[in-house]
Design a protein around this ligand. Structure first.
Ligand SMILES: [Ca+2]
Ligand SMILES: [Ca+2]
Ligand SMILES: [Ca+2]
Length: 598
């Protein structure tokens, strides 16, 4: 492990507390549930070789109707309807009214709702006629609407902007430019998730929170080392997060001696909140999956997570047999198809990781991992083959200053952007508002906070993969990956920003070689999920960022110069000092917390 990985934990100790001011609650929020479309009341039919509809001609002197070509076609259609037997089918209600439609077709308006059987029967009868070119139901289409949950912290740019529809131009205020966000609100019109598609959260465990009630299934605690575990034992079946704080006294223990002292991170609670906070319940925040379930798998305790525990946690989540240390843990009764891993370390992918990832992939399990917060190479296991590695974007769509980047990244989405980059507060987005816990050491009351890090970009992607499986449970892992990447939006461009690279490792412009296929678009990913073989990626030009804030930032800290993070340089710890029998993996998270109770 290199010291470059350490700014995260140290940044966690410098938590900035901020008061979050929420916009006044909108009392008239529309909670638009995805209802079934109303049945059709008619059919649309075009006769073979039908002429284009025209107005009847009139005698120029008497203005009397001279000829009505439409009358000929209406009579022809009446004969077809009678021959097809539709008159009988609709006898109880009378024959349909006819009115011209489109260029040469007619609506057969029955002026009542048609059952699906009735509709299909009549369409078959019509299509059997050699006189009919085509026939289809006059279906009712639904609004291509955004679905707005009732949660009071959701709306507005001071709320959960990260779940709101993508869009915005340079003409907008900085906080309304949502070009990096995943378009989740439009995706919810298709699916708000399913309890049948749980996501495993391999993390610090779970805390009690009013917004997680009913959101989690039985999990497990994989932390083998009792000193790290902080719950008095090794592996067990209780994934509760007792806190991962480290004190100066703790550092006397051989397992913890290399860690800086810091407060508890509640990292697993934050990730769980992004995935599955109870949504549309008139309380707190919204989440990617309104009805999602998580399987909490505790792999991390004080001072990180061991590779053996992470790998066994992945295998347990998938329903495989895993050691308890004394015997065997009971198998997971709710095996998952999606795993979120927001932990990692600065090393190449290892055999232990790659073997488990290959094993899981063959069983239809997708592993989504945070790319890392190193401003450099992608951490493991995000750099392993077959993992969906997620880099973090600023709200405006460029790479967040802390995010790792490289060719192993699969795609990118917002992770929140704090003031820690070279541009300080100039282009910060305030972070992702979701669940948190008020305890500084042991768990306290559930509350809410803004967080940022690739740790929190990853569950947005994992949650979207679960939405895809809710829409279409038959999707393979290859299809999930293809759907996420094919449907992504192009990375933003800007004359004020340089491309990400060794000389510009902080805030920079993403490309396919640095931040993956593009920016997550949850709505498009669900379009893909509905019918992968028919999906066509919409033609979309890259958004161009050209605004006063970027100009000011560029003037303050020109992009062409190398941009080495000062935190890393200032770190006095030697890399060798961080090597231990276990490999300490760090939480890929930094916080700008605003603990707040509703
Ligand atoms: Ca334990
Ligand atoms: Ca436990
Ligand atoms: Ca809520």
């Amino acid at each position: 492990m290199t010291r470059a990985a350490w700014p995260d934990l140290r940044a966690g100790t410098r938590r900035v507390l901020r008061t979050v001011l929420f916009a006044p609650l909108c009392a008239c929020l529309l909670a638009a549930a995805a209802l079934a479309a109303p049945p059709p009341r008619g059919l649309i039919v075009e006769l073979r070789d039908a002429p284009e509809h025209t107005e009847p001609t009139r005698d120029v002197t008497t203005l009397a109707l001279r000829e009505d070509p439409g009358a000929v076609q209406r009579e022809r259609l009446q004969r077809v309807i009678a021959a097809a037997g539709l008159a009988n089918a609709a006898a109880a209600q009378g024959a349909p009214a006819l009115r011209p439609q489109g260029r040469a077709a007619y609506v057969l308006d029955f002026q009542r709702s048609l059952s699906s059987t009735e509709t299909e029967t009549m369409l078959e009868q019509l299509r059997a006629s050699p006189e009919v070119a085509w026939a289809e139901p006059n279906d009712r289409e639904s609004l291509q609407q955004s679905t707005t949950p009732s949660d009071p912290f959701f709306p507005g740019t001071a709320g959960q902007w990260w779940l709101q529809p993508a869009g915005g131009s340079d003409a907008n205020q900085i906080d309304a430019r949502l070009r990096g966000v995943p378009n989740m609100q439009r995706a919810w019109s298709m699916s708000t998730g399913s309890a049948a598609v749980p996501v495993a959260v391999l993390d610090t465990g779970i805390t009690a929170h009013p917004e997680l009630q009913g959101a989690w299934l039985p999990g497990a605690d994989m932390v083998s080392d009792p000193a790290m575990a902080n719950d008095g034992n090794g592996r067990d079946t209780d994934p509760s997060d007792p806190g991962d704080w480290v004190t100066d006294a703790d550092r006397a223990d051989d397992s913890l001696t290399q860690c800086a002292s810091h407060d508890s991170s509640w990292h697993g609670t934050i990730v769980s909140g992004i995935l599955a906070a109870r949504t549309d319940n008139n309380e707190g925040v919204a989440a990617v999956g309104w009805n999602a379930r998580i399987v909490p798998v505790r792999v991390a305790g004080k001072c990180g997570a061991e590779v053996a525990d992470i790998v066994d946690g992945m295998r347990w989540a998938a329903g495989l047999l895993v050691s308890s240390g004394r015997g065997w843990l009971p198998r997971n009764q709710h095996p998952v198809r999606v795993i979120n891993l927001s932990f990692g370390g600065n090393k190449p992918c290892s055999r232990a990781y790659q073997g488990a990832i290959d094993e899981l992939r063959a069983r239809g399990v997708l592993v989504v991992a945070a790319a890392g917060n190193t401003q450099g190479a992608v951490t493991r296991p995000a750099n392993c083959r077959g993992v969906v590695a997620v880099a973090a974007l600023n709200r405006d769509g460029f790479k967040a200053h802390y995010s790792s980047f490289g060719p192993e990244v699969t795609l990118a989405t917002v992770g929140g952007d704090d003031v820690g980059g070279p541009w300080g507060p100039l282009l910060t987005d305030g972070g992702l508002l979701t669940l948190y816990n008020a305890g500084s050491t042991a768990p306290g009351a559930g509350n809410y906070a803004r967080s940022f890090g690739t740790s929190f970009a990853a569950p947005i992607v994992a949650g979207t993969a679960a939405l895809m499986l809710s829409v279409n449970p038959a999707l393979t892992v290859d299809q999930l990956v293809a759907g996420l990447t094919k449907s992504s939006r192009p990375h933003v461009q800007s004359p004020w920003l340089a491309r990400c690279g060794a000389a510009n490792a902080a805030s920079c412009l993403c490309g396919a070689d640095t931040c993956g296929a593009g920016m997550l678009d949850a709505e498009q990913a669900l379009f893909y999920a509905r019918d992968p073989s028919a999906y066509v990626r919409p033609a979309r030009a890259a958004e161009v960022l050209d605004n006063p804030e970027l100009a000011a930032a560029s003037a303050a800290s020109p992009q062409a110069s190398p941009n080495v993070p000062s935190e890393v340089e200032a770190d006095g710890n030697g890399a060798g000092a961080l090597s231990a029998l276990w490999l300490c993996l760090l939480a890929l998270a930094v916080f700008m917390a605003a603990p707040r109770r509703a």
